[in-house]
Structures are given as structure tokens and as C-alpha cells.
Design a binder for this molecule. Structure first.
Ligand SMILES: [Zn+2]
Length: 314
């Protein structure tokens, strides 16, 4: 189910000057081998034919904004570096390679920091979650089972807990992607919209990064991944990467969709046989409606509405 997303990615121009370019995996590996230092990141950008970061964009100049006591400064640095890369003109394959290399570097950093714990069974995993969330083990277990979750990142400590199982290699990437997106995985999308939507973004990128890193994909959040895959097709990967991996939230995506909606008013109204789907007046009204629908996970109950929105051309 998850793997279907692969096919919906816009295809690279086949046969166009690909002979000498390193593969995405080679780029990712190079980045990881260089330890995601600023030099490593610049080497990646140069290899991909991009401008290296200028001193003003580098993380060192922003270190004054760091919280006083960061328990995982190297993880923060990895996040800052990927957040500083302008991906707007990068190819999808380069964006995925950059993310995969960053996820791999983050995972090895997490392991070095001893912040990955493998739990022997579901009870142990639920106990860890209950402690993090100040809930009961029963409530935590119920939620883990309902979400079919096999791992989670503790919001308080950033420690990742995994259930020992055949899917662990995939789950390590998934939880690491959470950490790449924000400290403890607490993204803008999570705080402003919904946990499930956030998981959809996480798993969408996890599947792509697993392909780059040759890690076997395990099913997780299929409905959410399917929605995020459609969203990626509608607005493009750079916007999606910026919203989730660079933790800028959905404002730009919502604004773009609201703009298209306003311009396609006549077409939109003609597409529905009833008057139950009006177009709100004005850009702010349309943005508010879109934000509300992102928030209530309406891609589950109103797939036709979302398909119509996502089919609008820019
Ligand atoms: Zn997750």
C-alpha cells in the first residue's frame, strides 16, 4: 500500500544528462560519510550543482538563538543544516537524497547519544509511552494498538522507543524522520493540525528515504500516506519538504491551494451536483476552510472534496 506512492512522484526527465551524475544514494552516502558537517552539506550541494551555503546561512551564525541547555546539540545542528537548504529549485531525487542522508546521519547521532531504546514487548513500549505522557499503561497500549504503532519518540526527552520486531529497521528511519523534522518530533503540523496528518508526512518521507537507503518498507499509516502523496503531486515536493522536514508548517501550501480555489470558482461549482460545497469568499476565508479541513482529517470522510481541491491547477 505504502509503496504505491513511488509511482506518483513526478518522473525525472529520462535520459537527460544523467550519465555523469552520481546516484541519489551515492550523494546521500557522501553526505553521511562527511558527518553532515557544514562542509559535508556544502559538498552535497556542489555535487548536486547548487550554490554552497554562504556564511550568513550557516548554522554557526544562528547559534546565539539556541536554547541555553540543549541536551542533543548535534541533533539540533543536523536539523539546522537541513532547514537552511533552499530546495525550491532542486530535483525531487536530490531533495530525497538530502533527506535520506540527513536521516541516516541523525540515526547514527541518536545511537551515539544512546537515545534509541529497543523494548522487548508491547507492554514495555506502552510503559515507556505512559511515562512520557503521564497517562496509564493501558491507555498508552490502547493508543499504540489503535495506531498500529511499533515505536514512538518521547516528547519530554527525545528518546526513541522501538518494539523489537522485523519492522525495526523501517521504524528506526520513521522515528528518525520525526527527529529531523523537529525536536522530539513536535512539528508545527502536529501542534496546529493533527497527529495523524503529521504521521502521514513522516511516513511519506520515511518510505522515500527507505528506498534511498535500501531499507525494507513496512506498512504504516496507509490512508495518511495516500493523502500526503496526493498533496505532494498537487503542490510539488519542495513545498512539502519545506512544510514538514524544514518545519515551516502548512501556510504556504494552504495559501497556494486557496489561491487556485478562488481562480477556479466556476469550474469547482460545476463539478458538484449539489450546492453543499460552496467556495468561501476571499482568500482568508478559503484559507480558513482549508486549514479546518486539514485539521479534522477530512481526507478520510471527504475524499471527493479533497480530490477536487488537489486537482486544481496552479
Ligand atoms: Zn510516527
Amino acid at each position: 500500500m505504502c509503496n504505491k506512492g513511488e509511482k506518483e512522484t513526478p518522473a525525472e526527465d529520462p535520459g537527460k544528462d544523467q550519465t555523469k551524475k552520481p546516484t541519489a544514494v551515492e550523494l546521500a552516502t557522501a553526505l553521511v560519510e562527511l558527518g553532515t558537517t557544514e562542509e559535508g552539506l556544502n559538498a552535497f550541494l556542489v555535487t548536486a550543482g547548487k550554490q554552497p551555503l554562504s556564511a550568513s546561512e550557516s548554522s554557526s551564525s544562528r547559534s546565539t538563538q539556541q536554547p541555553e541547555r540543549d541536551p542533543t546539540p548535534k541533533q539540533s545542528r543536523i536539523r539546522e543544516q537541513i532547514a537552511a537548504v533552499d530546495v525550491t529549485k532542486m530535483k525531487d531525487s536530490e531533495i530525497f537524497a538530502l533527506g535520506a542522508g540527513t536521516a541516516k546521519a541523525m540515526l547514527s547521532q541518536v545511537q551515539q547519544d544512546k537515545r534509541a531504546i529497543i523494548c522487548k514487548d508491547m507492554d514495555a513500549l506502552a510503559a515507556a509511552m505512559a511515562e512520557d505522557e503521564d497517562s496509564t499503561v493501558e491507555a498508552a497500549k490502547e493508543r499504540l494498538l489503535k495506531n498500529k504503532a511499533r515505536a514512538f519518540t518521547a516528547e519530554k526527552t527525545g528518546v526513541i522507543y522501538f518494539l523489537k520486531c522485523p519492522e525495526t529497521p523501517h521504524d528506526e528511519i520513521h522515528e528518525t524522520v520525526h527527529l529531523v523534522s523537529a525536536p522530539g518530533g513536535k512539528t508545527v503540523i502536529l501542534s496546529k493540525f493533527s497527529e495523524l496528518l503529521n504521521e502521514g508526512f513522516t511516513e511519506f518521507f520515511t518510505i522515500k528515504y527507505c528506498a534511498e537507503l535500501e531499507v525494507e518498507v513496512a506498512p504504516a499509516y496507509p490512508e495518511e500516506v495516500s493523502f500526503v502523496t496526493k498533496l505532494a503531486k498537487a503542490v510539488g515536493l519542495p513545498m512539502l519538504h519545506s512544510a514538514y522536514i524544514q518545519n515551516r508548517g502548512l501556510d504556504a501550501i494552504i495559501s497556494s491551494l486557496a489561491d487556485r480555489w478562488g481562480k477556479a470558482r466556476a469550474k469547482w461549482l460545476a463539478a458538484f451536483s449539489t450546492k453543499d460545497f460552496p467556495v468561501p469568499e476571499g482568500q482568508p476565508g478559503r484559507e480558513a476552510e482549508l486549514a479546518a479541513r486539514f485539521k479534522d482529517n477530512s481526507y478520510k470522510e471527504a475524499p471527493k472534496w479533497w480530490n477536487a481541491i488537489l486537482a486544481l491547477k496552479a
